[in-house]
Design a protein around this ligand. Structure first.
Ligand SMILES: Nc1ncnc2c1ncn2[C@@H]1O[C@H](COP(=O)(O)OP(=O)(O)O)[C@@H](O)[C@H]1O
Ligand SMILES: [Mg+2]
Length: 278
């Protein structure tokens, strides 16, 4: 039996080295395209809820074929950033740009069109409990496209196979009949079914065991390699970030206190970064 890489008893130095090696392997094998202009960009974004100044000047950007991991403690504003990108919230000041469009300037009528450019994987998967896998995954196609039943069935098969689920096995199951990892795969299938260039993930591996976490991370990598998606992944899981990120942003007190590659993060001398990583 080989040693589990997720054994919590392993020391920090061995962990850091393992993570660096994994990041290097990832860099060697990734077919990251030329850095394009950012598909998602935040410019000096500020947002308060009453006296709670959640975001105090956030600037970040992520392009096609890139995966930005937003890290930080609980309540620091990570999910809020995703809600801003989805235009579920508007910033008090600063700009949120999606494919170069300022979301504050997008009308309520055009917001659906804006959201069609994105796929969202919610924390806890957020599947419709009373709908089977087919209906959950097909939902965005019935909502937003004029596709016929046959084309929709074909696309649902295709996308379930992409996330390594056997359509014949799962199509008619209800979410309650699936494992946590399978539910997450279905949620990812639903997020990509309409082929959005941008994917947003909120804590995609929280509540999953280390082995399932790894398979979901591999799926996120596959999305980048094979579909060149632009992904923003909120996570508190440093190990996942080390596997999947091309860029990391560490949030604290409403600001990004570190922004760089995972390798740069792991070699940072900043005391908070080091505390966070340990
Ligand atoms: N709709 C809201 N109204 C008021 N406060 C909110 C709202 N959404 C989030 N908050 C507050 O903003 C802060 C950041 O929340 P959130 O982005 O969910 O944190 P994280 O995802 O990093 O755990 C928290 O203090 C939270 O209570
Ligand atoms: Mg959150």
């Amino acid at each position: 039996m080989t040693e589990s890489p997720n054994d919590p008893t392993r020391d920090g130095a061995a962990f850091a080295e393992e993570v660096r090696a994994e990041a290097r392997r990832e860099l060697e094998t990734a077919t990251t395209p030329e850095r394009s202009s950012d598909l998602v960009e935040l410019r000096d974004v500020r947002l308060s809820f009453g006296d709670n100044h959640v975001l105090n000047g956030i600037t970040m950007g992520v392009g096609a074929g890139q995966t930005l991991c937003i890290l930080g403690g609980s309540g620091v504003g990570k999910s809020t950033v995703l809600r801003l990108i989805l235009r579920l919230l508007l910033p008090d000041s600063g700009e949120v740009l999606v494919e170069g469009r300022d979301i504050s300037a997008v009308s309520n009528v055009d917001v659906l069109e804006l959201r069609e450019r994105m796929g969202m994987v919610f924390q806890g998967s957020a599947l419709f409990d009373s709908l089977d896998v087919f209906d959950n995954v097909a939902f965005p196609l019935y909502e937003h496209t004029g596709m016929g039943d046959e084309a929709i069935m074909e696309r649902v098969h295709e996308v379930l196979s992409f996330v390594d689920l056997d359509p014949d096995d799962v199509l008619r199951l209800l979410p309650a009949e699936l494992s946590g990892g399978m539910r997450k795969r279905v949620a990812i299938a639903r997020a990509i079914v309409h082929k959005p260039p941008i994917l947003l993930f909120d804590e995609p591996t929280s509540g999953l065991d280390p082995i399932t976490t790894r398979t979901i991370d591999e799926l996120i990598l596959k999305l980048r390699r094979e579909l060149s998606v632009c992904a923003v992944v909120v996570t508190h899981d440093i190990r996942s970030a080390a596997r999947i990120a091309t860029e990391t942003a560490l949030l604290k007190d409403g600001q990004i206190i570190f922004n760089g590659t995972p390798e740069e993060m792991f070699s940072s001398e900043d005391s908070y970064v080091r505390t966070f990583l340990s």
